[in-house]
Design a protein around this ligand. Structure first.
Ligand code: PLP
Length: 426
């Protein structure tokens, strides 16, 4: 099948083409005919990933940060096809787990270019990463947030590139659960960093190269003030710890989920960052969501429409196991009825999981669907499939890639056998 994810006319948000904004792909911008055909051919629930959009998003943010290093934070979406597309764009990859490193390398990434952010790393992850480093990936940077991780690296004979993850004491983002910047779990407390750097320089063979912090996720223009303050703190710290090769200020650059939200103004963001940073060090960023968020859409089929005194309940075949963000973070995702729908009324859309958190929205005004209507959930490319689970014995859905007009499955649909094959009777 040859398709384009967006209609030829490119009527974005119902507005004329000349008002279109290439910085955002709304749920309405996807070609409904193409999505209906994909749902018919591959079944639902179904993720669709537009790899051309992934490339465009990466190119846009890489161009905006033209003097800085831009790494893709793999945790947002580690599909092989996504990692391969970004490898072709020459993106460096930031990995937060041994499994992510393995998948990035299998997708073509040069292990010596990877930055590994090790948060309470299990032994196997450290063994694997140090093994790659020893086998030739000498440029791999280990980003650690606790002194004990330094000791564990030293015990493994590591004397390569070391970066400290800092707890900057400032957090922000779309939900308190992703405002990592101020959470004690992450990073070395800000005030303790200089002394730790000193100790590494005195007592270890490792090469201290950088400082890193991630303030939180999902920031839009309103958060830029806090972000500038955060960058200023990191700049001061880099001066205290000089010489420092680079300061990595993390990711967290948001994408609009709601229609009324505007896409991030990248030039103001970059200007703010550069204005707040005057240490003698390179700057690095590691966006995840910005690169993949609006490149993904989730298709689901209506199986139940039930009137209740409180709301109209719409049952669908996707659930919190397919997309957990609404249940976990109260995240808003736009939903579009690709079959049309009737009068607008408040709808509560939920899946087959026997949990009250298994709802995509509650009382949201939307056209009333009928059984078998096809609904599309927008902006699911980041932390969508990536956080999918098999809870409730739900096999994970298929993921269909679109690239250069071609359509191909990039993750096959799981079956219940995929869940049970690793089990044995006692
Ligand atoms: C250390 C680090 N870097 C980068 C990211 C990517 O964040 P985002 O997808 O919001 O850009 C995260 C997300 O949690 C992170 O923890």
């Amino acid at each position: 099948m040859r398709v384009s994810a967006t209609p030829e006319s490119m009527k974005l948000n119902g507005s004329p083409a000349d008002e279109s904004d290439e910085r955002v792909r709304r749920v309405d911008d996807w070609d409904a005919d193409v999505l209906r055909r994909l749902a018919d051919e591959y079944g639902t629930p179904l993720y669709v990933t537009d790899l051309d959009r992934v490339r465009d998003n990466y190119r846009r943010i890489d161009a905006a940060f033209d003097d800085e290093e831009v790494m893709y934070a793999a945790k947002a979406n580690t599909a092989r096809a996504v990692l391969e597309a970004l490898d072709e764009e020459d993106a460096r990859i930031e990995c937060a787990a041994g499994g992510e490193i393995q998948r990035a390398v299998e997708a073509g990434a040069d292990a010596g270019e990877i930055q590994y952010t090790a948060v309470n790393p299990p032994d196997e992850d450290l063994d694997y990463a140090v093994g790659l480093w020893r086998d030739g990936a000498s440029g791999m940077t280990f980003n650690v947030g606790a002194e004990s991780t330094v000791e564990r690296l030293a015990e493994r004979g590591f004397d390569g590139r070391l970066c400290f993850r800092v707890n900057p004491g400032i957090g922000a983002g779309h939900h308190e659960k992703v405002a990592t910047g101020a959470h004690p779990k992450f990073g070395v407390p800000y005030d303790r960093v200089p002394e730790l750097v000193e100790r590494v320089r005195d007592e270890h063979e490792m090469e201290f190269v950088g400082l890193h912090a991630h303030m939180g996720s999902g920031m839009l223009d309103d958060d830029l003030g806090a972000h500038t303050e955060f960058v200023r703190r990191m700049s001061d710290l880099a001066e205290d710890c000089a010489p420092v090769e680079f300061v990595d200020i993390g990711g967290g650059f948001g994408v609009p989920y709601r229609d009324e939200e505007k896409p991030l103004d990248l030039s103001s963001l970059v200007e703010g960052i550069r204005g707040a940073f005057d240490a003698d060090a390179e700057l690095a960023v590691e966006p995840g969501r910005y690169v993949v968020g609006d490149a993904g859409i989730l298709l689901m089929r209506v199986n139940t429409v039930k009137d209740t005194p409180e709301t109209t309940v719409v049952g669908v075949d996707a659930s919190m196991t397919t997309l957990v963000r609404p249940a976990l973070y109260d995240a808003y995702h736009p939903i579009r009825n690709l079959s049309g729908g009737g009068e607008t009324e408040p709808l509560t859309v939920g899946g087959p999981v026997c949990e009250s958190t298994d709802v995509f929205c509650e009382n949201r005004p939307m056209p009333r669907p009928e059984r078998d209507d096809l609904l599309a959930v927008g902006v699911v490319g980041a932390y969508g499939y990536e956080m999918a689970s098999q809870f409730h014995s739900q096999p994970r859905p298929a993921d269909i890639g679109i690239q250069d007009g071609e359509v191909r499955p990039i993750r096959r649909r799981e079956t219940v056998d995929d869940i049970t094959e690793k089990e044995s009777s006692f």
